[in-house]
Design a protein around this ligand. Sequence first.
Ligand SMILES: [Zn+2]
Ligand SMILES: [Zn+2]
Length: 110
Amino acid sequence: MIAPVGYPQLVKGRTWLVVLGNANYRCQCTGECGQTHTSTGSTTTSISGRCVHEAPGRQLVAAPADPAATTVTASRAHIDELHAWCPSCLDGAIRKTLAAGRQLVELGVA
Ligand SMILES: [Zn+2]
Ligand SMILES: [Zn+2]
């Protein structure tokens, strides 16, 4: 399957396990998707401002922490540069990035 342009390559296998493990199987978005995540404080592990979506309740994916990363960048990304994302946050972050990219093109910067 060929990913659409602008969509970061998703990481699978062992790398996915390590990234998800580092994230405590919880989405690492802290607002990159454009939403303000407010902590409910219901668990001791809750981190203020971070998305509350966790595996296995949500299917989390491993993708570059910077959603603007290209497919090439993503495939070379070090494990530290990968974050666990829930699909809705990743989608929002990519949309935001693409929208910003369009603005740059319009301004003649990109
Ligand atoms: Zn999320
Ligand atoms: Zn988010």
